[in-house]
Design a protein. Structure first.
Length: 336
């Protein structure tokens, strides 16, 4: 895979899956890769510890470790061959006045980065296969030996760096299943794609299926409850019932609330939510399961239009994804 330095601005962002996939593609084509991980930050920093960046020998890169200034510096180091080291290297940015002036870290932040020079696909291919199988995997990197090992993740630690070893948790792609192909479903799907969700839309109504035109999404036209079962929602999956039609939403919600989905939400006002809960109870949904249902769906930001409600919903997903590290309060909003 060839990529010129002039094209790097087209690839200056990416989640873990995209970074690993691109890096593995370069390795499979015979090119080494420099993999850079944010190890530690002080003060204001654009990316938090664990953020990844992969750099091709010709300067092309994917992912990011700062707001852009450090990326340029790292690319220049790769082009000069300064990071072709057998052992991982610890790099510091924003420490000295000269460095701050040269690199230009915003808001006085400081970064510690770990750079790995990877020459063979074997070092990443097993990790990639396990992520593709929707496993949550821990990668341990020893800076003294360069040895990297994989293990099954446990507990709530996403990342750890103690100066001698770096431990990072990798997981499968985040997914979103939307019930209802109306205007709100379209808006939510478009926003979710920008946050690297894999988006699937389910609506059995022929007139809605014919009009669905959101590139990058999958459309399935079957009974929503069957779609949820076949989707097998896990801890990196959200399910949103946005059709505002009980005949479509209720049975799907009943299935989703029994799954491991990290977020299950339904469109409707407070009154609609109360009526929905009574219907779900009749379907056998327990009180404990009902407590997991976010309804009215989304953050309370005074949203009224489909675009505004979509922003509120996506904001709620962002908050819920961060809940394991920082508890988030999702207030009710009156949609519909």
């Amino acid at each position: 895979m060839e990529c010129s330095y002039e094209r790097l601005s087209l690839m200056d962002r990416g989640n873990d899956s995209e970074v690993l996939s691109t890096a593995l593609g370069w390795l499979n084509n015979g090119s080494p890769v420099t993999l850079v991980t944010v190890a530690k930050t002080w003060g204001s920093a654009p990316r938090r510890p664990g953020a990844l960046m992969a750099i091709h020998p010709d300067g092309c890169f994917t992912g990011s470790v700062s707001g852009g200034c450090v990326e340029d510096e790292l690319v220049q180091k790769v082009l000069r061959g300064e990071l072709e080291n057998q052992l991982p290297m610890l790099l510091e940015y924003g420490v000295t006045r000269r460095q701050v002036q040269r690199v230009g870290l915003p808001c006085g932040g400081r970064l510690s980065l770990v750079a790995e020079y990877i020459k063979t696909p074997a070092q990443l291919s097993t990790l990639w296969r396990r992520i593709a199988a929707r496993e949550v995997v821990t990668r341990h990197l020893c800076l003294a030996t360069g040895e990297a090992s994989l293990g099954r993740a446990s507990g709530d630690i996403d990342f750890r760096f103690d100066g001698a070893s770096l431990v990072k948790v990798f997981g499968p792609h985040w997914r979103l299943l939307i019930i209802g192909a109306g205007e709100l479903g379209r808006r939510v799907a478009q926003l979710a794609l920008t946050l690297d969700y894999g988006v699937t839309l389910c609506d059995p109504r022929p007139e809605y299926a014919a009009g669905w035109q959101v590139e990058g999404t999958e459309f399935i036209a079957r009974a929503p409850e069957d779609a949820v079962r076949e989707f097998h929602p896990d801890a990196r999956t959200a399910v949103l019932a946005l059709s505002h039609t009980p005949a479509l939403d209720d049975a799907a919600l009943a299935v989703a609330l029994q799954s491991e989905a990290f977020y299950v939400g339904a469109l409707g006002s407070v009154n609609n939510q109360q009526a929905r809960c009574r219907r779900l109870q009749k379907l056998g949904v327990t009180s404990a399961a009902l407590a997991r249902l976010h309804g009215p769906v989304g953050l309370d930001i005074g949203s009224r239009t489909p675009a505004e409600i979509a922003i509120a919903i996506i904001g709620a997903l962002v908050a819920e994804r961060s809940a394991s590290r920082r508890p988030a309060t999702l207030s009710q909003s009156a949609h519909g």
